[in-house]
Design a protein around this ligand. Sequence first.
Ligand code: SUG
Length: 450
Amino acid sequence: MKHSNQYVEANFDGLVGPTHNYAGLSDGNLASKNNKTKASNPKLAAKEGLKKMKTLHDLGMTQGVIAPLARPDIGVLRQLGFTGDTAAILKQAAHHSPALLAACCSASSMWTANAATVSPSSDTADGKLHFTPANLINKFHRSLEHPQTGRILKAMFSDSRHFIHHDALPASHYFGDEGAANHTRFCREYGEQGVEFFVFGESAFNHEQVKPKKFPARQTLEASTAIARTHTLTDNKVVFAQQHPDVIDAGVFHNDVIAVGNRDVMLCHEQAFLDKERVYQDLKAAMGTPLNIIEVPQSAVSVESAVNSYLFNSQLLSLPNGKTALVIPRECEQNPQVSAYLRTLIDSQSGIDQLLCLDLQQSMQNGGGPACLRLRVVLSPKERSAMNQSVIMSDELFVTLNHWVDCHYRDSLSSQDLLDPMLLTESQTALDELTQILGLGSVYDFQKEG
Ligand code: SUG
């Protein structure tokens, strides 16, 4: 017999890597563009992230850590024809194209909502938990992530009796996949079969369909339907919806910038979806039990305010005490429209009981809020004990990782610093030590990648 109420939703946050920087690499992501060339603070970024993880752990949530990727990616620079020792490769790449060097140095894997799409065993026909690393084909710097991400996920969830790891989808625009940032799951209890909700920006094979005009649609319908098939989901428990192209053009590059869901609650902007009435109806029909859709009108919060504050990139959490919390970034408090809306939301008792505000400025300046930084994995008690226990946040791990950051991270990084071969050495030393701390084995191939 399944004990559906003993399943937990664990959040796995990306640990910010030592090369965190602002390079303006993401067309369509306004924060990334606006902060290009600003000096970053990798140490502060990593500490903000760790504090977020510790806050959730202290609330009694199951919280895990996903290791950063090895950067700069020297292996890719070699593949692109740069030769010689590391210093020579970095110098040639910088001379040829600073943007290319920055792409190979990006710490973008910190946004683990883009690491993979995850379907819990309660939704799949084979009763296993499925992972598909996202190919992130729309942005060069992100397209480099999935081979290492896949290895790290396998090192965290290695027991093949419970966990299935798929390859990323074909590396083509037709199958552009951005992972869990465009995927939400609704259910009554985590262990019951849920409704998996896939949101796409365009259909690659259907040229008649409306598309955004200014910025790219990163996720295709074709990618989403492929994942629903390989994850062995039940047809009437899957809903596909098109993101409104106008909001993509307004800077909503992933659906998690305009909507968030958890269990039987969805908080979304009224302009999130193209055919919203049909989408709401489909979701309710697939659920079969009540779904609480909290729709935020444009008159209360404009799309512009939503993009600036990242209101919808909050985490919606079912706390162990039975309350529902919304984990918001500090920027929501600083936006008058959004803070006024949040006061009425809590007062109206519409299904969200409390707010929790976090400082994540280093990540936010690259367009990554609380929800971007985490990958949700619903786990049964057996799956929870079968996974790698060393990646689960605890009071001890928090202290260890803060100390590790203090030892290895710089507190300032500019585009010029990316040329420094010492940065590569520092990163490799840090990640080598991290694999011991997190019990990951040899997930990094420094020979090839760095
Ligand atoms: O893919 N930013 C990331 C932000 C990802 C946010 N994730 C979610 N919404 N789930 C991106 O655009 C910026 C890197 C730079 O410009 O240096 C960047 O990759």
